[in-house]
Design a protein around this ligand. Structure first.
Ligand SMILES: [Zn+2]
Length: 391
């Protein structure tokens, strides 16, 4: 029985998923990487081959690639071309390259053509940004102010009008914070994940300091997807929602972990000196995880547990997790780097205190040395001897 659907699992952790990648979107993101490289590195040999073979000029970035014929790769790149252009942003220099309506230079997500308030003439559609400034090198508002909404006009006002002295227009990858293309940013551009983006809520589970298996349990808990009697009843798998341990009327998650008689009997405050916030934070995760474990053990294995034992078990595990989390991990600074290389053995190394020569010329090892080389060597008379060399 699936508790959480696959789409939710493929949602980023900050939106309540497990952050698995969808393979089809990942494939498109990798294709986008090829396409982006074609745009920014047209002189690279492999890109030159493609551009020459399919007769594409990249003096200005075309709106689409000719894909009527070509290899699978070329056609796939053609299909992703439009989306790659969606991630492209322009810095205005002299304004001669950037198309006023079709390139992203004002808004972050779509070209101005998507925000037009009324249809305009085709001749105006092909104009460059440089065509929309007047003789004083300021925006010529009367040419476009009636065609786009006010909020976009404010954004245009915040952009420096193009000037020849600013140099040529240049572009960058607008989806990442530093303008560099990353497959991760392309994936995010293409993906439209489900779930709600309440980062603090989902962080509750993932920021819990302890074993990952408990974090995943907390994640299920936050989704409300434990197989309680209420949940099973909703799926028509049991006839009653009753708690099998105390005969309570509806066994849902809160009831199992807080209100059930077996849960209420457990006193975590007894014999506990540690009252720090950190202790109780870890203790909470361990407690709900173990309560669920015992609930299942009693139900399916007919186990019986004494509440004092359960409280002690939770405390011991909490202290164990805290002890491990306070132990320093072997960091980079503590790592000792040693260069390992082979050194030719000298004649004296053939016989050491670790070995003993037998009458027939075999070396017998008395104690295991740190490293052994087996050698077949010729002596001065060309006779082969097999030797074990200690190093
Ligand atoms: Zn109960």
């Amino acid at each position: 029985m699936s508790l959480v659907n696959w789409d939710m699992i493929c949602t980023p952790k900050c939106k309540g998923g497990l952050g698995f990648k969808k393979l089809d979107i990942m494939n498109h993101a990798l294709l986008m990487k090829n396409t982006w490289r074609l745009i920014i590195e047209p002189t690279k040999l492999s890109n030159q081959v493609l551009l020459t073979k399919y007769d594409v000029q990249l003096d200005e970035v075309p709106t689409s690639l000719p894909t009527q014929y070509g290899s699978h790769l070329w056609k796939a790149m053609g299909n992703i071309w439009e989306k790659t252009r969606m991630g492209m942003r322009w810095n205005i220099g002299d304004g001669k390259k950037v198309r006023f309506w079709w390139d992203c230079w004002v808004t972050t997500s779509s070209p101005l053509a998507d925000c037009m308030t009324q249809p305009i003439l085709n001749t105006l559609l092909s104009k460059r940004v440089a065509d929309f400034v007047d003789e004083t090198e300021n925006w010529n508002w009367c040419l476009f102010s009636h065609l786009v909404p006010n909020n976009i006009l404010l954004k245009i006002a915040s952009v420096h009008p193009p000037k020849a002295s600013h140099g040529a227009d240049n572009y960058f990858w607008g989806v990442s914070s530093n303008g560099v293309f990353y497959v991760k940013s392309a994936y995010e551009l293409l993906d439209d994940p489900i779930g709600n983006e309440d980062r603090n809520f989902w962080r509750l589970g993932w920021s819990w300091k302890g074993p990952q298996s408990i974090c995943v349990f907390l994640w299920l808990l936050l989704h409300g997807r434990l197989k309680t009697m209420k949940e099973l009843h909703m799926r028509h798998l049991v006839v009653s929602t009753q708690c099998d341990r105390c005969r309570g009327p509806v066994e849902d998650i809160l009831y199992t972990l807080r209100d059930c008689v077996t849960a209420r009997r457990i006193n975590l405050m007894r014999n506990t000196n540690d009252t720090s916030q950190e202790y109780w934070r870890v203790c909470f995760g361990v407690a709900v995880w173990r309560l669920w474990f015992w609930r299942n053990d009693i139900l399916f294995n007919h186990g019986s547990w004494e509440s004092g034992f359960i409280a002690t078990d939770i405390k011991v595990r909490t202290h164990e997790i805290l002890r491990c989390s306070h132990q320093p991990l072997l960091g980079k600074q503590q790592r000792v780097e040693t260069m390992i290389r082979w050194k030719a053995p000298s004649d004296a190394d053939f016989l050491t205190s670790h070995s003993l020569t037998t009458p027939i010329g075999l070396h017998v090892l008395l104690s295991p040395p740190p490293a052994i080389f087996g050698l077949l060597c010729n002596d001065a008379y060309g006779i082969a001897h097999s030797r074990l060399v200690l190093h």
